[in-house]
Design a protein around this ligand. Structure first.
Ligand SMILES: O=C(O)C1=C[C@@H](OP(=O)(O)O)[C@@H](O)[C@H](O)C1
Ligand SMILES: C=C(OP(=O)(O)O)C(=O)O
Length: 460
């Protein structure tokens, strides 16, 4: 980290100075083997389920990052016990969780959601099942993220949700008044702004006395892979879910079985490392790539192939080798992979179009606006469309990539910096949202290049 800083206005328009990280420029093709920390989406789903389970559970090789720490803290405040125990994961201890007791009366508590969508959407329905008042707030930008659907859903379920002065809120901050019991039944929501609204309600639905029949009405639900993940995770702990009718999910009431679960590595966070193979014309290997998974990051195999890489999967290792150039391509519904894809598109020799990602405007920042501003700030040619981006080839030059407190904007800047000399990424520490080890791992990936060594000492 240099002592350089960038003058910047945060989402409250307060002038701030954030450190600039000189993104390593790759003088030669990378040749590295990389293991990444556990999946954010799986870790935080299993943490919620452990808090509602019928006995103590264990998470093996979970993610340890800001988003998982915020979830753990929230569950502790609601009455669950979460204890770190030694494990075999290389990125931190395992977790043992003793569930919360909904009948126990709890004092009013204030939960910090940070900027974590999984905390701000998954925990309020859980608080509805607790006996007591829970207040929710988060980072300045968290107050701008879509929350209306989850608030309206809780109110429709008979759970009081209020903001200051007793008005009905449409965003953070707000309080949830739980009584320890929710009847459930048929609930209609509009989940077009985020799949997390569906996941949040499904995760707790089995603990509603009548279960839950959730119906979506409105524009299509985005990030459907994440709902499939929720359904599969629920089934793995004995919850019956019927998702046979599109836009309807039926969760039967019943216990959530305590579990001992190993968390897959985060395939979305594997993305920037795999992208490094294309950005430098080198090779990156990721061992322990799951043979079957519900993670959206499994799409890297087809995405990177379409961009001209050679992708092989053998003996559990995914190997990606970049070609002499990156090919532009069209991609629909890349969800949380989009910033990484966009960075590669900005380095491509042909045009690309990303569609089906309008809802990225409600992510950690307005990602469509941020990607256009930062790619064009380096001399690129990116344009926002109604539901995505068009990115055309252009010669890029040095400059600062602003990260907007968004971990995936910061890693997109790092990818650009591999191929463009003199890129500085503002606030690289924001990667701690899901991968605190990112800057060290990125530099280690390049050092291995210089050493011509491709060995990773340990695997997850
Ligand atoms: O449920 C989850 O774990 C997630 C769902 C998706 O949210 P959206 O549906 O809002 O895109 C994804 O982008 C986010 O990173 C994680
Ligand atoms: C959209 C994302 O996060 P969140 O879980 O905060 O919605 C993301 O990680 O890309």
């Amino acid at each position: 980290m240099t002592g350089t800083t960038s003058a910047h206005a945060d989402s409250n328009n307060t002038a701030t100075s954030l450190p600039l990280w000189p993104a390593p420029y790759a003088k030669e093709p990378v040749n590295a083997t990389v293991t990444v920390p556990g999946s954010k989406s799986l870790t935080n789903r299993f943490l919620v389920l452990a808090a509602l389970a019928d006995g103590p559970s264990r998470l093996r090789a979970p993610l340890h990052s800001r988003d998982s720490a915020l979830m753990i803290q929230a569950l502790r405040q609601l009455g669950a016990t979460v204890t770190e125990v030694p494990g075999e994961g290389r990125f931190g201890p395992d977790l043992e969780i003793t569930p919360l007791d909904p009948a126990a009366a709890g004092a009013e508590t204030a939960i910090d959601c940070g900027l974590a969508g999984t905390v701000m959407r998954f925990v309020p329905p859980l608080a509805a099942l607790r006996n007591g008042v829970t207040v929710f707030d988060g980072d300045p930008h968290a107050r701008k993220r879509p929350m209306g659907t989850i608030i309206e859903a809780l109110i429709a379920l008979g759970v009081p949700v209020a903001a200051d002065g007793g008005r009905t809120p449409s965003a953070l901050p707000f309080s949830v008044e739980g009584t320890g019991e929710v009847r459930g039944g048929h609930l209609i929501i509009d989940a077009s702004a985020s799949s997390q609204f569906v996941s949040a309600l499904l995760l707790v639905g089995a603990r509603f006395s009548e279960g839950l029949h959730l119906e979506h009405v409105g524009k299509p639900v985005p990030s459907l892979d994440h709902i499939t993940m929720t359904v599969e995770v629920l089934r793995s702990v004995g919850v019956m879910v019927d998702d046979s009718v599109p836009n309807h999910w039926r969760v039967s009431p019943g216990p959530i079985r305590a579990f001992d679960q190993r968390i897959e590595q985060d395939l979305s966070n594997a993305g920037p490392f795999l992208a490094a193979a294309l950005a430098t014309g080198g090779t990156v290997r990721i061992p322990n790539w799951p043979a079957g998974t519900t993670q959206v990051g499994d799409q890297w195999r087809s995405i990177l192939t379409a961009m001209g890489a050679e992708v092989t999967f053998q003996d559990g290792t995914l190997t990606v080798t970049g070609g002499p150039e990156i090919m532009g391509a069209d991609f629909d519904e890349t969800s949380e992979l989009a910033p990484t894809v966009a960075a590669l598109c900005a380095l491509a020799s042909g045009p690309s179009r990303l569609t089906g990602i309008a809802h990225l405007r409600g992510h950690e920042t307005d990602r469509l606006a941020a990607l256009v501003a930062e790619i064009n700030g380096l001399g690129g040619d990116a344009e926002e469309t109604a539901d995505g981006l068009v990115i055309r080839p252009a010669a890029l030059h040095s400059g600062v990539v602003h990260s907007y407190a968004d971990h995936r904007m910061a890693t997109a800047g790092a990818i650009l910096g591999l191929a463009v000399e003199g890129v500085e990424v503002e606030d690289i520490a924001t990667t701690s949202k899901t991968m605190p080890e990112f800057p060290q791992m990125w530099e280690a990936m390049l050092q291995r290049t210089e050493d011509a060594s491709d060995h990773d000492e340990a695997s997850n």
